[in-house]
Design a protein around this ligand. Sequence first.
Ligand code: AHR
Length: 632
Amino acid sequence: LLRVKADEIMAEMQPTMYGIFFEDINFAADGGLYAELVKNRSFEFTDPMMGWSQPATDRHSLNKNSGSASVLKPTREHNPRFCRITVHDDEKYHLVNEGFRGMGIKKGETYRLSFSAALKEGNITGVRFQLTDTTGQVLASTSVSPDSTGWKTYTSQLVAGKTVPKAQLKISFTGRGTLDMDMVSLFPANTWKNRANGLRKDLVQLLYDLKPGFLRFPGGCIVEGRTLEQRYQWKKTVGPTEQRELLINRWNTEFAHRPTPDYYQSFGLGFFEYFQLAEDLGAEPLPILNCGMACQFNTGELVPMDELDPYIQDALDLIEFANGTADSHWGKLRHDMGHPEPFAMKYIGVGNEQWGPEYIKRYKAFEKAIKEKYPEMTIVSGSGPFAEGEHFEYGTDELRKLRAEIVDEHYYKPPAWFRDNAGRYDSYDRNGPRIFAGEYAAQSVAIASPENRNNWECALSEAAFITGLERNADIVHLTSYAPLMAHVEGWQWTPDLIWFDNLRSYATPNYYVQQLFSLNKGTHVIPATLGGKALTGQDELYATASLDRNTDDIILKIVNTSGRQRQQEVLFEGGNVQSEGSVTILQNDDLQAENTLNTANVTPVEKEIEVRNNKVNIALAPYSFSVVRVGR
Ligand code: AHR
């Protein structure tokens, strides 16, 4: 008999218990969540014409004199390059942008075009923009008449006549002469909340449907950079988009499993947009900043301690940006960007996945400065990747001595590890730091192997493990799966929670596990015991229970990782429960089952259950995760 005791509170569940961790990996930002369709819109990639082609000149040598485009660099500090286009034969010459693995275009939808241009010589009277499919069929068209010899921004709209996953943007000209162009941008009008410079609606909806308690951003290894020069610097990601300085993505060729030489960060999705997204999702913003250390798996470059001040200042200024009044320097920028109210940031992370004495030295300096100025801010400290048998990885017991508030632990391990470690936090020091299980995912093959699959075995094993996170909610305050998103044609890392192409997206079995825990977390943990013990894998069963004080529901989550069907009798103690309840089941007989863009093999199914005398007999299907809800 499984006993659930509603009158015995074990711990308060933090509203932040289930959150999301966003990193620009796998084309998650540019080419993904960030809805911009033009790749290399400002000609700032290392190869400044990457993403652009001039078919008439490239393909037909006879036409080589039809025109040309070359990229120039004036003395502007940010976004210095622009494209100079000379048209000799306007019948033949045109430019094409290929988009991020093409452009996903939907029939009947409006696309907002913008670009800056300056007329130089000759008589160019018109610029035509057409969306075409790969055969050259025109799907949408608009023309603009440039009328200024100085830089001027022009806008227009295109309405697509057809749905196409891999469209491209063709630019042609009327007249002959020379014209400079920059910031050629095309967005669907139908972004999340219809914002210009907005986010892809279907992808934000998937995040929203998780009801995440926090949004950790912007990474991951991209926070650290391969070198300090290439670290993520939030100040370069705010203000007008055309002034945000492009950076090569840490997940570009060299360190990725798949070559992605066209992977850059435009920072159109920058810190302002991350805070705004957190607000939209009802999630606590949790930015992580570089702590003066580059990625320890790459160069491990360190900033000398006597040069750490600018890094610390970035952290202090970020708090001012998020929370300061409009009369503070950084608060004013937030205000001017359209958010007069503070973002009410409460957490700040110092360093991602960093460890060892050099980290501790830098962490201490950050902690001192942040707490002196903002004592109410909660600091999340990093730790190294998981090493077997250790609690704070690589012996960062120092963090415990320092009374660090929250330690971010990461584990990418085989599915069996997740099943075997459902009791990981049972023995943690209750007086030590709280835990942020900030990155975890079961790896079906080997860590970060490209062959890893988002299969049901991985998701089910994560569910088993999460029962242990939840049971220990007194010390585990935040948790998030990683990585969050991947483009099916642009990924560097598997598995990932959400997959998408240019038009579609889907939730993995792992996503539904996260969602079921998040939507059913309740407000307080209560005991769920069999023979007086918590279920942490005995007979391949795992369980956790909670009470939702808002609805007065009792919630029981049971994971059956065995291939056997079994009946489990459950007794709800501590007051009478209603006779009708529900059970939501995630199940598949095949542990290799996956969801895809075209098939949903593992999705939650809800059923009614009958409760008699506070007892219910639950059918636990083979390889299943069940969430039982009963009202009081
Ligand atoms: O989630 C992928 C990477 O794994 C993250 O960037 C890093 O923090 C970890 O090593």
